[in-house]
Design a protein around this ligand. Structure first.
Ligand code: FAD
Ligand code: FO1
Length: 504
């Protein structure tokens, strides 16, 4: 696999920093197999589902302009993706529906939606349209990497494949070539490369060369309706509007946007679950790539003179901790199980494996928030009904699962299952790293030894009470849940009222 300088000998100069691109496969020729005509550059969009500020799309357009060929964007909707339900799929598809309209209207780039296995649909499309190049974005998750390996084998030999890290500000392979121990070890590696990578994006200008793309009407309404029906067990949320425009509004909007109206309180209040508006609320958009972290960082940095502490804290979470999570999933094959625990943590957890647990709950009891701890129950209900638990509570939530299950192995399994099932931003490297930090000592140090936890940092109800208004948070979640349930009932009543009366 070629990176950096060797990429330059393969693809020449590009609009995108060469360190951001990896050549997964060097094709034998640029000419299409189908005819004498040269086919489009195909961008298989995966993790970075946006047309603005997208280095993978910029690279695809840049290469197409150089080859004087058109560009096509392809997205594959998997039959099943890590158990995603209506909540996540509805959000994603509604965002893609907007992207489809915007990319065709504004950039005249055709958008293709395939359904099934990407290992089948993407190579077939590449072959059918006689693609001259396949560009894709980057994810460290093992499933995605497996699919890419398979696709690399299956596309015709004539076609090169370029992978662009469009998600991280400093590309994962440029930030570090190893598993990093701590935020403090990766921080200087990232910040030192900001001059190279934290740059403004060029404007995308595809050549107007028209490609007569095959007929491809996408019935979004029906597709979304059926996906939402099938995944109804975890219903959609209504407080977070999907799509790039809404994402930019959440970042910069003058009425409620984070930078314009809320950044000020970030340094002081971001760890207060009773003040949920103090954090950005960007994680759903970042997870689905509906906004670029680089855009968030560029805009936040402009306010550094006014709010230095808040901006520095925000950049630390957005860049250092987020990219550390990608680093963890990229270099640690067991990123979502006890096997991925830090060595000291594994030792101490095994030393305490047979400690008596004061309480043990089943996965069903945990899922239904039936524990004796009202604070934990509130956080679980916030996740189940609202779809996003406050960041501070996520740590407490995961640590308590360690305390209340019979082994750390089981604790990680349950935490991953619940986190991915209910969170709108689940299935993300941040989630796996967050759970492993909470339960398995990842990126953390040892603390004073305690039963069950061993040297893993513990969190307690009393500690939370000293930090924030626990009762206020519990009451806030109760209200939230009541409102969501009421709304569900109204929707149900409305849909029943709309059904035609059954004749006697
Ligand atoms: P802000 O505080 O506004 O932060 C801005 C962005 O920085 C976030 O959107 C996120 O991309 C990044 N960020 C913030 N905190 C962290 C962190 N600790 N680690 C890595 N990146 C961070 N995040 C997810 O995106 N998906 C998950 O499924 C997820 N599960 C978690 C599970 C546990 C047990 C823990 C401890 C953390 C988890 N996090 C997860 C990380 C963090 O809690 C969320 O990213 C944050 O609460 C999202 O809210 P926000 O966008 O308002 O955050
Ligand atoms: N990406 C796809 O290319 N196709 C999908 O069908 C798909 C579904 C999906 C469901 C939930 C979810 O959280 C993400 C989903 N993604 C999908 C996006 C992408 O896979 C994620 O951004 C990566 O998992 C993060 O690395």
């Amino acid at each position: 696999m070629a990176t950096g300088a060797s990429v330059s000998s393969l693809i020449g100069s590009t609009a995108v920093h060469l360190g951001r691109i990896r050549v997964l496969k060097e094709g034998l020729g640029q000419l299409s197999q189908q005819s004498n005509e040269t086919g489009p550059v195909v961008y298989w969009m995966f993790r970075d589902q946006r047309l603005r500020d997208n280095w993978a799309l910029i690279h695809a357009v840049d290469q197409a302009n150089k080859l004087n060929v058109p560009v096509a964007v392809a997205f594959n909707l998997f039959d099943s993706f890590l158990g995603a339900k209506a909540r996540q799929l509805g959000f994603m598809l509604r965002g893609l529906q907007q992207l489809h309209r915007d990319i065709e209207d504004n950039l005249h780039i055709p958008f293709f939606l395939f359904q099934g296995e990407a290992t089948e649909t993407i190579p077939s499309f590449v072959e059918e349209c006689g693609a001259s190049l396949l560009v894709t974005d980057f994810s460290p998750l093992r499933q995605v990497r497996g699919w890419k390996e398979e696709i690399t084998k299956r596309v015709p030999d004539s076609v090169s494949i370029h992978e662009v890290d469009a998600h991280n500000i400093v590309p994962i392979w440029a930030a570090s070539d190893k598993l990093e121990d701590y935020a403090r070890t990766i921080r200087p590696k990232i910040y030192n490369q900001f001059p190279d990578y934290l740059t403004e994006f060029p404007i995308i200008k595809p050549r107007t060369r028209k490609w007569v793309a095959p007929n491809r009407v996408i019935d979004w309404e029906n597709l979304i309706e059926s996906v939402v029906r099938e995944g109804a067990e975890v219903p959609e949320i209504d407080w977070c509007e999907p799509g790039e425009i809404a994402a930019l509004e959440t970042l910069m909007g003058s009425k409620t946007g984070f930078l314009a109206t809320r950044l000020e309180n970030y340094a002081a209040d971001r760890n207060n679950p009773f003040k949920p508006k103090a954090t950005s609320g960007l994680s759903p958009y970042l997870h689905f790539g509906q906004i670029s972290a680089q855009r968030c960082a560029l805009e936040a940095r402009k306010l550094r003179k006014v709010y230095p502490q808040a901006v520095d804290k925000f950049l630390d979470e957005l860049v250092v901790w987020r990219e550390l999570a990608d680093n963890f999933c990229y270099y640690e094959p067991h990123y979502d199980s006890f096997h991925g625990a830090w060595d000291w943590a594994r030792t101490t957890l095994l030393d305490h494996a047979f400690d008596k647990r004061e309480r043990i709950y089943t996965i069903e009891q945990l899922e239904k928030a039936q524990t004796a701890d009202p604070l934990w129950n509130a956080s679980q209900l916030e996740m189940v009904h609202y779809g996003k638990m406050h960041g501070y509570m996520r740590m407490y939530w995961a640590k308590k699962i360690l305390e209340w299950t019979s082994s750390p192995q089981e604790a990680v399994e349950i935490a991953v299952y619940l986190n991915d099932k209910y969170h709108i931003d689940g299935r993300d490297p941040n989630g796996y790293a967050g759970i492993m930090w909470s339960i398995c000592g990842v990126h953390d140090n040892g603390f004073q030894e305690r039963p069950v936890y061993g040297k893993i940092r513990s969190m307690t109800y009393a500690g939370c009470s000293r930090k924030f208004n626990v009762d206020g948070y519990i009451t806030y979640v109760k209200k939230l849940v009541r409102a969501v349930k009421k709304q569900k009932e109204e929707i149900l009543l409305n849909s029943k009222a709309k059904q035609p009366a059954i004749p006697n």
